[in-house]
Design a protein around this ligand. Structure first.
Ligand code: CU
Length: 439
C-alpha cells in the first residue's frame, strides 16, 4: 500500500488522538489512508472492496483495523472554518473541520467509533439512518447519557445495510448543527455495485446565519440565512466535480439544513438511484433534471458524463446568493438620482443601486467596493465569458475527453467545439420582427 506523506501525517494525527493505548496497538494494526482536501490525490484504495467516495472540499477519516473491527475516532470540537476567501468563522465540527470527516465502510463491517468531546458543553453522535441497537442510536437522554466535556464514549455496531448516510449530534441539536456539526457516513454494498461507478462524489447541504461583520454563526435564525453551502463552502470556493467523458458519475447529497433544496444539474437527464435506503432496485430509478433533497434526507443521482461545463446548483434562487438584505424596499424602476446627492452629503460614497436590476452587485464587487467585514459578496465568481453572479450552493461539473482515471485536478474552462456557443447577431433593440403580445 502506498501512502503519501500527507496520509501518513493524517494517520499519525489520528493515532495521537486515540491516545497512548491505541498507539501501543497501532504497530500491528493496518492503517487506511483517506483522501484530504487541497491535495492532488488518487482515490484512496479503500479496503479493496470499493471505490472510495470523493467528499467535496472534505476528507475521509482513516481507520485502524483491530481484530477485524474498523476503529474510527471522532473529536467534537471548535474549528476555524473558511467559507470562501475573506469569510471565516469559529464553527463547531469534528476533527478540525466542518463538515466532519466522511466515515466509509462496507455492509457487514463491524465498526467501533470513539467520540471525544472537546466542546464546552455535552454532546452525542446520532448515526442518521443506520440500523443498529437502540442504545447505539446516540440520542442524548433517550438512548445514552450525554458525553460531557472531556469525556470519550465508544459506539460499536455492525453495518446491516448500505447507502448514503450521515452523522450529527442529538444533544443541543439546534445549536450544534447550526455551528456545523455533521458528517457523511457512506456504506458500500457487500459484493460490489451491479452497475459500476467511476466517480463517486458526496456533499451535505447546510445553511448558516453568519451575519455581516460577525465571526460566529447565529443559531437562533430559522429562515433568513446568510450562507448556503455544499460541505460548508460557498461558490466560488466549492470544488468542481470533474469527470472524463463517458464515465458513470454518482453524486450523493444529504441535507441537514433548515430548508429543502431542489438540486439541479445542467446538461443531462440524471437517474435518481438511491438514498439512505441504499442503491434502489433499478425498476425504481427515475429520470429527472432536478431532485429535491428534503431536510434529513439523502439522495443519490447518477449520469453518464457528457463533455462541457455544467452548472450544478440549488434551484432556490436565493440559495445561490451569499449574504444579502431581506425585507428592503424594491428599487427596480425607481429613479434615485435626486436622492443620491442628498444622501451622499450625509453618507460619503453612498451609491444607489438596483434601478435596472441587481447585476450591479457584481460590478461593484469587481470594482473593489468593500462590504461589511468578513462578508462574502452577494453575487460573485468569474467564468470564461464574464461574471457568473452566483454564490452559495453553486458549482460546476467539468467533463473532459482527455482526463486520466482518478484525476480530480480542475481542468480549467471548457473549450467549446467551433460553432457551438451562443453568439451576438445584433446590437439594435429593434432587430428582427419578433411576435409580441399587444396590450
Ligand atoms: Cu436551496
Amino acid at each position: 500500500m502506498t501512502l503519501s506523506r500527507r496520509d501518513m501525517m493524517l494517520a499519525t494525527g489520528t493515532l495521537v488522538a486515540t491516545g497512548a493505548a491505541a498507539l501501543a496497538g497501532a504497530a500491528s494494526a493496518q492503517t487506511h489512508p483517506g483522501h484530504t482536501p487541497d491535495e492532488d490525490v488518487k482515490p484512496a484504495p479503500g479496503d479493496g472492496r470499493y471505490a472510495p467516495v470523493r467528499t467535496l472540499n472534505g476528507w475521509t477519516l482513516p481507520y485502524t483495523l483491530k481484530d477485524g473491527v474498523k476503529e474510527f475516532h471522532l473529536v467534537a470540537e471548535e474549528a476555524q472554518h473558511e467559507f470562501a476567501p475573506g469569510t471565516t468563522a469559529t464553527c463547531w465540527g469534528y476533527n478540525g473541520s466542518t463538515p466532519g470527516p466522511t466515515l466509509e465502510a462496507v455492509e457487514g463491517d463491524r465498526v467501533r467509533i470513539f467520540v471525544t468531546n472537546r466542546l464546552g458543553e455535552h454532546t452525542t453522535v446520532h448515526w442518521h439512518g443506520l440500523i443498529l441497537p437502540s442504545g447505539m442510536d446516540g440520542v442524548g437522554g433517550l438512548s445514552q447519557p450525554h458525553i460531557q466535556p472531556g469525556e470519550t464514549y465508544v459506539y460499536e455496531f455492525t453495518l446491516r445495510q448500505h447507502g448514503t448516510h450521515m452523522y450529527h449530534p442529538h444533544a443541543d441539536e439546534m445549536t450544534q448543527m447550526a455551528y456545523g456539526m455533521m458528517g457523511l457516513f457512506i456504506i458500500h454494498p457487500r459484493g460490489g455495485e451491479a452497475v459500476k461507478i467511476d466517480r463517486d462524489y458526496a456533499f451535505l447541504l447546510h445553511n448558516w446565519a453568519l451575519h455581516p461583520g460577525t465571526w460566529r454563526p447565529d443559531p437562533s435564525v430559522m429562515v433568513n440565512f446568510d450562507l448556503w453551502t455544499f460541505n460548508s463552502k460557498v461558490f466560488p470556493a466549492i470544488e468542481p466535480l470533474v469527470a472524463r467523458t463517458g464515465e458513470r458519475v454518482r453524486i450523493r447529497v444529504g441535507n441537514l439544513s433548515m430548508w429543502n433544496h431542489p438540486v439541479h444539474l445542467h446538461g443531462v437527464e440524471f437517474l435518481v438511484t438511491g438514498s439512505d435506503g441504499g442503491r434502489w432496485p433499478q425498476n425504481q430509478w427515475r429520470r429527472e433534471v432536478t431532485e429535491t433533497v428534503s431536510v434529513g434526507q439523502m439522495r443519490d443521482i447518477e449520469f453518464t458524463a457528457i463533455p462541457g461545463d455544467w452548472a450544478l446548483h440549488c434551484h432556490m434562487a436565493h440559495h445561490t446568493m451569499n449574504a444579502m438584505g431581506h425585507e428592503i424596499p424594491n428599487p427596480t424602476g425607481v429613479d434615485q438620482s435626486g436622492v443620491e446627492a442628498r444622501v451622499r452629503a450625509m453618507l460619503p460614497g453612498f451609491m444607489p443601486m438596483g434601478r435596472e436590476g441587481m447585476a450591479e452587485h457584481q460590478e461593484h464587487t469587481d470594482a473593489g467596493h468593500q462590504g461589511p467585514a468578513n462578508t462574502a459578496a452577494m453575487m460573485t465568481g468569474k467564468g470564461p465569458f464574464g461574471s457568473l453572479e452566483m454564490g452559495g450552493m453553486f458549482t460546476v461539473v467539468k467533463v473532459r475527453d482527455d482526463l486520466s482515471r482518478g484525476d480530480y485536478t480542475d481542468p480549467g474552462w471548457y473549450t467549446h467545439p467551433p460553432g457551438t456557443v451562443a453568439s451576438r447577431v445584433s446590437t439594435d433593440p429593434g432587430f428582427g420582427a419578433p411576435i409580441r403580445r399587444k396590450t
